[in-house]
Design a protein around this ligand. Sequence first.
Ligand SMILES: Cc1cc2nc3c(=O)[nH]c(=O)nc-3n(C[C@H](O)[C@H](O)[C@H](O)COP(=O)(O)OP(=O)(O)OC[C@H]3O[C@@H](n4cnc5c(N)ncnc54)[C@H](O)[C@@H]3O)c2cc1C
Length: 381
Amino acid sequence: MDFSLTPEQKEFKRSVLKFAKNELNRDVIERDHSSEFDWEGWKKCAELGIQALPIPEEYGGVGEDIVTCMLAMQALGYGCTDAGLLFSLHSHMWTCEIPILTFGSDEQKKKYLPRMAAGEIVGGHAMTEPGAGSDAYSLMSTAEKKGDRYILNGSKTFISNAPIADVLLVFALTDKTKGWAGISGFLVDKGTKGFIVGNPLHKMGLRTSPTAEVTLEDCEVPEECRLGREGAGSAIFNAEMEWERSCLFSSHLGMMQRQLDKCVQYAKDRKQFGQSIGKFQAVSHKMADMRMRIELGELILHKVAWLKGKGKKAHLESAIAKLFISESAVQNSLDAVQIHGGYGFMTEYEVERDLRDTIGGKLYSGTSEIQRNIIASWLGL
Ligand SMILES: Cc1cc2nc3c(=O)[nH]c(=O)nc-3n(C[C@H](O)[C@H](O)[C@H](O)COP(=O)(O)OP(=O)(O)OC[C@H]3O[C@@H](n4cnc5c(N)ncnc54)[C@H](O)[C@@H]3O)c2cc1C
């Protein structure tokens, strides 16, 4: 099995890493405090072509394969310490661009993709409701057909990018009698009457990625806003989750490598009892375990990329990858705080923020428990 990268892929990864280090780390501590999104960083990413990565050239993108997308996101995770900015990029790319690319009509692709690829407009998706989280398909929002229009009603919560989004992929029931098979997706533009975005929600981590509730009050959209056929909502959601669970967690691996490098350096520099703390096995073994988790996470993501690159489904493998990497990122972040001692607890060392940012990874894109349920179901349980 060949895990080597082509010279072009290596060079591309290096250039994204350099870009991220130099351009995306402005005032992260302060913006984390004030929960401020980095518009400048967003635009710089667009200039480099990040948002355009998975979009084919005919729709204004660069049409990179999934391995290259994952490499770019991993490099961003290493070089960019603003996990919120990366989270917003991920929401935009995997939960809005990809569904439009995969399920959209030619008109929808032409309307949205070139501007999304250029970073001119921001996207996201709205599935979760106050009463429907893990059990996403028990949603209550409705889309009632009236002639050539749909009337949307309901409420959504925890919607990433909602305060800054120009378009959201909203899921609602077109047929209440069919359960999950009655869910459809709609592309709803900002400013549509009855599409109400609430105030940004305050969060434990990922504070620089804005989140809000969305209320749909007799929100009327033309039939052309429906994404795919009626009832395709669950297929759209499953497809986007596969992408998100693969590419988003590449950034986690990048972050984990940066964090480990920082820990190794700290453990060499910091002296107690007359020697570097890295000489204490209790400390060095933590870093050995951190390294092992990164290696295993990379291996499973390679497998996901290989499967998806061959056009195969990776439902089980992406669930394993999501579960393993998100939980490893939290464990590595806890270890990083411990290795840094009291300094790791202090904001200015930028170690505690990784911990706060990574905890969300066990919740969004399906909680750890739900990933275990998926894996168990593949065992016939
Ligand atoms: C940072 C962040 C960003 C998000 N962004 C978006 C977004 O952009 N769009 C969107 O639609 N949603 C978004 N979400 C919502 C996210 O998808 C949900 O929070 C998640 O699916 C869990 O739903 P819940 O919060 O209602 O928890 P619940 O479903 O109420 O779960 C509570 C607890 O019960 C457990 N549990 C529930 N059911 C089972 C079961 N069957 N077996 C075992 N354990 C179970 C859960 O694992 C969890 O531990 C985001 C969430 C976060 C934290």
